[in-house]
Ligand binder design. Structure first.
Ligand code: NAP
Length: 343
């Protein structure tokens, strides 16, 4: 999406974001590059590139747009590119397995970068698979801040204990191990490039269009996999609006090399969340609950495989994030309100 409108926010943001900051041992400054001539708006202010305009990427792009940012992003196919363009986004097809020079050139001329592309089995992080190419392409550009969106899966199973960022990581699946490796690589990449790189370990992401309410309303009877996932005990989650709050906070307070857990205050078993969602739907949209309504939610007799309660203390203390949805109760309540106006 192209955003040129000057807003009250933009002038405030620019005052703060155009500051330079020192990162061992390089001082990062905004530069005007010849390539910027092709994209005049790239020569000033803050521009965000989102590698992977998926669920979080689109939500954050809309949020930034409201605050007057220039935002561009990528997806994997021309079909999705078209869909994103129809929604008003400026999108580029980008396959991390075969990174296109033109897209990297664009990224280079943005000041901020969100990496939302997940790792692949047998490959690891598909973008950093081409690390040398990427570093050459982005060196000397305008980038000064990046965040890699990771997952709390790197902690493995703590048996339900609270885990903070200092808790020993114990990834238990190949993908979780790939996540951990990608975190380290992106932080290293940022340091080599002389920019502030961060890792956000996200809990289960939910929001409008992707929540327990949507599952109940749209998907009919639960699949075996969904039922099995219901069997786990404590898991942490986060509303997409609060991921955006944390992203903004990090942009305002860059802290090179820092890892943050991005979760709400209320880790809870999935069966509890689904039970709450089912009651909300029954109350606010009577008649919409799938035929399974009334069946008791499955309760596990099996031991949990990834039980943990993830602490967000660092996010609150160091980034000053004030959660809009501290619990799945307020988060699902907000989603339901938008679905059932007047409820
Ligand atoms: N879902 C969760 O609960 C959860 C929890 C913790 C962490 N995470 C991670 O947090 C990040 C953001 O989550 P999300 O839900 O917004 O993810 P998402 O909706 O799946 O978006 C991922 C984006 O990455 C792009 N992508 C995937 N493979 C790619 C490749 N090989 N090359 C280039 N682009 C590629 C996708 O392109 P297309 O748009 O073309 O598909 C999509 O835009 C993801 O890495 C996700 O795995 C998710």
């Amino acid at each position: 999406m192209e955003i040129y409108g000057a807003s009250r926010h933009l002038s405030q943001i620019n005052l703060r974001f155009d500051q330079t900051f020192t990162f061992r041992p390089t001082t990062v400054r905004c530069n005007l590059f010849p390539e910027a001539k092709e994209f005049p708006e790239l020569s000033t202010g803050n521009q965000m590139f989102i590698l992977g305009m998926g669920f979080v990427g689109k939500f954050f792009a809309a949020d930034l747009k409201n605050k007057g940012w220039v935002v561009r992003g990528s997806c994997t196919s021309t079909g999705k590119k078209k869909q994103l363009e129809e929604l008003g986004y400026s999108a580029y097809a980008f396959d991390a397995n075969d990174p296109q020079d033109e897209v990297l050139e664009l990224v280079k001329n943005h000041t901020h970068l969100v990496i939302s592309v997940p790792p692949l089995k047998g490959v690891g992080d598909p973008i950093l698979y081409h690390e040398g190419l990427l570093e050459r392409a982005l060196k000397g550009g305008r980038l000064r801040w990046l965040v890699y969106l990771s997952s709390t899966s790197v902690y493995g199973d703590s048996g339900g204990a609270w885990v903070d960022e200092n808790y020993p990581v114990k990834p238990e699946s190949e993908l979780a191990r790939a996540r951990l490796a990608a975190e380290e690589q992106w932080l290293c990449f940022g340091e080599n490039l002389g920019i502030a790189a961060h890792v956000f370990r996200l809990g289960g992401i939910y929001g409008p269009g992707r929540s327990a309410i949507d599952t109940i309303l749209k998907q009919g009877p639960m699949s075996k996999g969904q039922k099995e996932r219901l069997l786990k005990d404590y898991t942490s989650r986060v509303h997409v609006a609060d991921i955006c709050r944390a992203l903004h906070a990090s942009i305002l307070h860059p802290s090179p090399g820092k890892i943050y857990n991005i979760v709400d205050d209320d880790p809870a078993p999935r069966e509890e969340v689904f039970e709450f969602a089912r009651k909300l739907v029954e109350e606010k949209l009577p008649g919409h609950v799938y035929a399974e309504s009334g069946e008791p939610v499955l309760v596990s007799k099996k031991p949990s495989k990834s039980a943990k309660r993830v602490s967000n203390a660092r996010m609150k203390k160091e980034l000053g994030v004030n959660l809009r949805y501290p619990s799945y109760r307020s988060g699902l309540g907000g989603i339901m309100e938008k679905m059932a106006p007047g409820s």
